[in-house]
Write a protein that binds this ligand. Structure first.
Ligand code: HMG
Length: 415
């Protein structure tokens, strides 16, 4: 980690998820599953449900519009626009170009879509950070939008781990929120843990295997991060949980973050040879202090795939940025298939002022509960587009699909 490297990182985060929400207590009752299995076994309580007038474009545009308004950024300052999604709306026309149009971003902007399951958003962020570090940005900023709708078949065991939402990241030099360290650890391996054939709307998953793949990738990414450190001064040989102020993990369901934390500790204890006298007690204590407080939004929104990790970051920033200013945190991103990355960054002094505008708690408070029948109707509804009742449309909505072309409308609300 060179002391003289340009500071690059996340300047602001914009988050958005649908106004409709399903209580998993209701779903558990309808599916004859014990509530404790969902609350304690998975750590889930509610999931965001998308309406027919919402898709990866509208969710991403809403998150981005909120970000641009909060950060007071002129769309002309953006020279790179990346959309990461695994629920794209077309095989050729990218989500990013719809966002480019809806947000009024400059014609002189590089625009493309990225796919690698839930890892796509982190891949985009790393590309954007390198673009800025390289000087190619010429002082401009990058907008990286992670946006997804997680859908599994009705009545499958994965049904409780759905969700929908987006996180937009503004990447810049001299960021106001999180300065990224220029090193990270990666791990990639071809596995069939989770996939979605081109003709299917719902994902297929080998659930238990996917958990194993996630954990193997975590160990691999941590080992690579340690190798990449190569004596850099900021991170010492002590296990990560002793020197990082928080650890955020990709959270398909909150219990996965718990399993991930145990794996991180085990990997770090083995490497350092610093096994505590009571590993179980240290694991519980560090989970409660470093991980658990930042899972609340994920418990109430569900899996939002590419945006999941960044929802945890937004929650940490919104709830406690002041406490973390000047402190280093660790983040782990996993995408099935698989590719994973472990990276670190420092919350910038003064970031609490920026973070106070994210507004996740306000979005959570403004939701409307669905019955299971209404949820099933939304889930099976193949009609795409419609006119949302105000204010459900947010900044924009999918008005119609005609001749396989998608038509979006702005509502006049500015994010
Ligand atoms: P399941 O069939 O519900 O699993 O599927 P289970 O029967 O093992 O139960 C889950 C937990 O509940 C277990 O705890 C049970 O003991 C517990 P664990 O052993 O894991 O600690 N349990 C109870 N606890 C309290 N009271 C009870 C009770 N009964 C059972 N009465 C699974 C769970 C996660 C596999 C399923 O929901 C699924 O397939 N989800 C989708 C896949 C997924 O999220 N995988 C995660 C890793 S892969 C990933 O993160 C990538 C992804 O985001 C996609 C991408 O990258 O694009 C998915």
């Amino acid at each position: 980690m060179g002391e003289d490297a340009v500071s690059v990182g996340i300047d602001q985060i914009g988050v958005y998820f649908p106004r409709h929400v399903l209580s998993l207590d209701r779903l558990a009752a309808a599916r004859h599953v014990p509530e404790e299995k969902i609350h304690q076994g998975l750590g889930c309580y509610k999931m965001a449900i998308s309406a027919p007038w919402e898709d990866a474009v509208t969710l991403g545009a809403n998150a981005s519009a909120r970000l641009l308004a909060q950060a007071q950024v002129d769309p002309d300052e953006i020279g790179l626009l990346l959309a990461a999604t695994e629920t794209a709306v077309d095989h050729a026309k990218p989500v990013s170009i719809f966002l480019h149009d809806l947000l009024g971003i400059s014609r002189n902007c590089r625009v493309f879509e990225i796919k690698h399951a839930c890892y796509g958003g982190t891949a985009g962020m790393m590309v954007a950070a390198d673009w800025i570090r390289s000087g190619a940005a010429r002082g401009r900023k990058a907008l990286v939008v992670s946006t997804d709708i997680a859908r599994y078949p009705l009545r499958s065991s994965a049904e409780f781990t759905q969700g929908a939402g987006a996180a937009a990241l503004l990447l810049s030099a001299q960021p106001r929120l999180l300065a990224l360290d220029p090193i990270s650890g990666v791990f990639a391996k071809s596995v069939y843990d989770f996939w979605r054939p081109l003709d299917k709307r719902e994902a297929l998953v080998d659930g238990k295997f996917s958990v194993d793949c996630y954990l193997e990738a975590l160990s691999g990414a941590i080992a690579d991060y340690r190798a990449a450190l190569n004596g850099a001064s900021q991170i010492s040989a002590a296990p990560f949980h002793k020197q990082l102020a928080a650890l955020l993990y990709h959270t398909p369901f909150p219990k996965m973050a718990y399993k991930a934390h145990l794996r991180l500790l085990d990997t770090e204890w083995r490497r350092s040879g610093m096994l505590p006298t009571d590993p179980a007690e240290e694991a519980e204590r560090s989970y409660a202090a470093l991980v658990e407080p930042w899972l609340e939004a994920a418990r109430l929104v569900g899996n939002i795939y590419t945006a999941s990790l960044y929802l945890c970051l937004a929650w940490l920033a919104e709830r406690a940025a002041e406490r973390f200013e000047g402190k280093r945190i660790g983040l782990f991103s996993y995408g099935s298939g698989c590719c994973a990355e472990f990276f670190t960054g420092t919350m910038v002094p003064g970031s609490a002022g920026v973070a106070a505008r994210i507004g996740v708690a306000d979005l959570l408070a403004a939701r409307q509960e669905l019955t299971v029948d209404e949820y099933e109707q939304f889930a099976s509804d193949r009609a795409e587009g419609g006119t949302p009742p105000a204010p459900d449309g947010g900044f924009c909505y999918l008005a119609a699909v005609r001749e396989d072309k998608r038509f979006y409308e702005r509502t006049g609300v500015s994010g």
